[in-house]
Each structure stands twice: as C-alpha cells, then as structure tokens.
Design a protein around this ligand. Structure first.
Ligand code: NAD
Length: 488
C-alpha cells in the first residue's frame, strides 16, 4: 500500500481524508474505495467526505500504535507534556481551519464557536498539562516501590457534538500517560480530526503515537473495540453505543471507560435565587452547542409555589432567543448536527405535548423560516411534567428544558436522582451549607452550586448509566495508568 506524504496545506488534508486515514504519521489510502459524506447542518449540502474505514484500516492503525508504544511509554513525562503543549500551539495556529469545519458539521453558532468548541479543546489539553504535575508516577509503601505505568494502546471513540473537545479529551490523557492511540472520529463530524492530524504533524509527534481511522461505529468502531493490539477503550457517546462497546470488549476482558448521556437537574431550593438559576439553566441547555451537551441542565426543578413565576420568566427569556443560521452573529441556537438528531428531538417534544406537557416557549415542529433545509428545532420549555414522564427521564440532546415542581428538599432530591443518568447538576440556595449538603446527596458526577466556573482540572464522568471512568486533568491521565509493585 503506497503512502502519500502529509501535505502542508489544510485544504489538501481535507481532500485526502476523503480516501485516506492518518496512520503512522502518514495519510494512507483506505482499504476500500467507499467514502462517507459530511453534511452542513444548516443547508444539508455536502461539505466533504471521509474514508469509510474498515477492519483492515483499524488493523494497520492498531499495529502502528503498538509499534510506537514502547518508545513513547519510556519518553520522559516532561517531553510528553511538551508535545501536548506543541499541539496546543499548533491548534491555535489552525483556529480558523477548525472554525470552518466545526460550524457546518455541528451547527454551532459563530458567536459561540471560539469559546464553546475551539478554546474549549485547548483548555482541556491545558488541564491535562497542569494535571501532569499532580499525578503520582511512583511511590514507596514499605518494601514495595509502586510504578504507575501507561496501560498500553488506547482505542478512542468520540461523538459529534464537540469534536475538537472530544478528540482533545482522549489525546491529552493518552499522550501524557505515555499511551499511544487509535481514534475513530464520529462519522457525522469527522473533519476536525483532519485539522488535529495536521497539528500533530506540526507538533513533531513520533509516527504512530496518534492515528485516526474514519468510519462508522459498525465498520470501524467495532473492529477497534475487538482488536487484539488495543489494550483499553475510551468511549464517549450514547448509552446504547456504550452498552454495545462493553459487550464486545467483554469477550477479551478489555477495560472500557464510558462517557455517556445525561438528564441533569438544576434544583432551586426554596431560598434559591430563581431568576439567576433560571437564566443559568436555560443558557446552559440552549446556548451551548444548541443543547447537544451531555451534561446540559435539561431539567429545572423549582419550588411548586414558584412554578408560575418560573414559567413567566422562562417564556420571556426563551422567546427572545434567536434560533437560526449559525453564520449569523445574532444567532444563539443553530441547527442540530444531523437529520436523525432533529427527528429525535422533534418526536420527543411532540410526544410530550401529546401526553399533556404545557408549552411555555417553543414547542413541537420546526422554527418558522427554517422548515425546508437544515436540522432546526425550536428552543423549547415544557412544564406540567411529572418526574416519571418520558420527557423527564429520556435524554433529548437538544435545546429543550423540562420545568418541574418540587415540594421541599427531599422531594427535589428524589426528582433530581430519578432518571438512570447522573452526569451534571446544579443546586441553588442562599445558604451555602444547605446547598452543599444537597449537592452531596445528588447521585451525579458534577454539581454546580449557585453559579460556578467550569474546572478543567476536576474529574468529569458519570454515575449509573452516564458511564464510568473519569476524564480531565490528573484524573483522566490516571485512568490510563496501571500500577506495578516491585518488592525488594
Ligand atoms: P453514538 O453512541 O451514536 O456514537 C458515538 C461514537 O461511537 C461515534 O463515533 C460512533 O460512530 C461510535 N459508535 C456507535 N456505535 C458503535 C459501536 N457499536 N461500536 C463502536 N463504536 C460505535 O453517540 P452520538 O450520537 O455520536 O453522540 C451523542 C451521545 O454522546 C449523547 O448521548 C451524549 O450525551 C453523549 N456524550 C457524552 C459525553 C460525555 O462526556 N459523557 C460527551 C458528549 C456526548
């Protein structure tokens, strides 16, 4: 199989990815001539194609990552960290290229793309760089010296909602831990990986340390999970996908870490600041990646006596949110990433309304002016919802918030912990101790108390069906280390 040298211009790389995968530091032709289209979320027009990777491509990539493993695993940590810093610099140089692919692929509005997609990826990488200092690489307990060693070759699988951040989450942890990686981007938003491959080449990483194989979950993802040279799977995606990956990995007892979906609750206690909480929750669920966020605060749980006030405030605010063309600087909510996602959100809202949910803002159907092309849905707030209703327990993954009433702290806690998910959450109270006590009882991986800054050094991951394993900072690095004890 002949290899083409990696061309310097990003445009050429995007063209190459239509037929090639990035393996061993080169763009190698795919094993089959089949390709996959990449569509613009706003127009449904084709903006590029990627190779439809197969088991043969995964095999080449896994062997390439295996060949590179020993040298990378024994490269001093300081040098591995320096390589990740070089990737950050190379990505900063390619911000415009990332912008040009991530907006059409994901529908992220231009007003949010820099912070929400591009800087976000570099913040993740910087969080790993900072986290490296606090990893315990070696310690002594009595007569044992314990070494924390890279676990091996990582198989990374990522979704389409925040492709630069998702790729950065897998790469940063693997590279600093001393692991090599084969990563399969989402078939819906794969072009960011081409820009990453270019950045990795510019950063001077040794060939084979990072490899990208394009393709579908069944065609390239499953062979990655079952490949004998892949030591661990790090999967981010749906609970359905995570279940299938776990089943396949079980055959070889391969460890799997899963970052899955959520149905996170923002709970306003009776002394909480309702207007601020409401705005925080609606912005969190609607003004970030059009609601396609795994830990989005998609349930707002307020004291029953304040439900009417919450409905009024929510209607006023959401009716002012501009849904539309992601390239328009005035737009706050763009289209969803795919037709499948649009259909899912439209049908969940429609079903909820048929089942008796009250429409406070937005509602079923596509937004006015966007009924022909583009995967648009309306920014929607539904009320009158019971904790066990399908819309209150199912992940929507769009700009849809369920407004629910509680009758005191215990009831609010039961509602918050009701769904099988546990990824994000928030609690609002004028009493810090009360809020902290409530947060401690929420069965979820992260909770914001009143307003809170995102912390790229804190562990991120789920309880229950939101998955297991942790990413970000030292916690993500430690996930990819295995202890070895040597006794003398
Ligand atoms: P998905 O499960 O359909 O796909 C995710 C990735 O897995 C894609 O690359 C896909 O090709 C691959 N895949 C699918 N089936 C596979 C299989 N059988 N074997 C191997 N790979 C397979 O998810 P999606 O629709 O792309 O993403 C949306 C979901 O991701 C939501 O549920 C969201 O909550 C979740 N998500 C979670 C996090 C987190 O950190 N917890 C972050 C972002 C998104």
């Amino acid at each position: 199989m002949s290899a083409k040298a990696n061309p310097v211009s990003a445009e050429s790389n995007l063209d190459l990815a239509a037929t090639h995968n990035f393996i061993g530091g080169e763009w190698l032709p795919g094993s089959s001539a089949e390709t996959l289209p990449v569509l613009d979320s706003a127009t449904e027009e084709e903006i590029g194609r990627v190779a439809r990777g197969s088991a043969a491509d995964v095999d080449l990539a896994a062997r390439s990552a295996r060949d590179a493993f020993s040298a990378w695993a024994t490269t001093p940590v300081e040098q591995r960290v320096a390589s990740v810093k070089a990737i950050v610099d190379a990505l900063e140089d390619r911000a415009e290229e990332l912008r040009q692919v991530v907006i059409p692929e994901t529908g992220t509005p231009i007003s949010q793309v820099d912070e929400g997609q591009i800087a976000y990826a570099n913040e993740i990488l910087n969080g790993y760089i900072d986290g490296a200092d606090s990893v315990t690489w070696e310690e002594t307990i009595a007569n044992s010296t314990i070494f924390y060693e890279p676990i091996g070759v990582v198989g990374g699988i990522v979704p389409w909602n925040y492709p630069p951040g998702a790729i950065a989450s897998k790469l940063g942890a693997a590279l600093i831990a001393g692991c090599t990686i084969v990563l399969k981007p989402s078939e819906i938003a794969p072009l960011d990986a081409v820009v990453f491959a270019d950045a990795i080449t510019a950063a001077g990483l040794p060939p084979g340390v990072v490899n990208f194989v394009f393709g579908t979950g069944a065609g390239a993802g499953e062979p990655l999970v079952t490949h004998e040279e892949i030591d661990v799977i790090s999967f981010t995606g749906s609970s359905r996908g995570g279940r299938r990956v776990s089943e396949l990995a079980a055959a070889s007892l391969k460890p799997v870490s899963l970052e899955l979906g959520g149905k996170s609750a923002s709970v306003v206690l009776e002394d909480g600041d309702l207007p601020t909480a409401l705005r925080y929750c609606l912005d969190d669920c609607m003004l970030q990646l059009n609601g396609q966020v795994c830990d989005a605060l998609s349930r707002l749980v307020v004291p029953r006596e304040r439900l009417a006030e919450a409905e009024e405030l929510a209607a006023e605010y959401v009716n002012s949110i501009v849904v539309g063309d992601p390239m328009d600087p005035e737009t706050s909510v763009g289209p969803l990433a795919s037709a499948q996602q649009q259909e899912k959100v439209l049908s969940l809202v429609d079903e909820a309304v048929t089942d008796g949910a009250r429409v406070v803002a937005g509602g079923a159907g596509r937004p006015e002016g966007y009924t022909d092309a583009g995967y648009y849905v309306r920014a929607t707030v539904l009320s009158g919802i019971e904790p066990t209703d399908s819309i209150a327990t199912t992940e929507v993954f769009g700009p849809v918030v369920c407004l629910m009433a509680h009758d005191g702290d215990q009831d609010a806690l039961e509602i918050a912990n009701g769904p099988m998910y546990g990824l994000g959450g928030a609690v609002w109270s004028a009493d810090g101790d009360r809020a902290m006590a409530f947060a401690r009882q929420m069965r979820t991986g992260q909770v914001d108390v009143n307003t809170a800054e995102y912390n790229f050094g804190a562990p991120f991951g789920g309880f229950r069906q939101s998955g297991h394993g942790r990413e970000l900072g030292r916690f993500g690095i430690e996930e990819l280390l295995a202890s070895k004890s040597i006794q003398v």
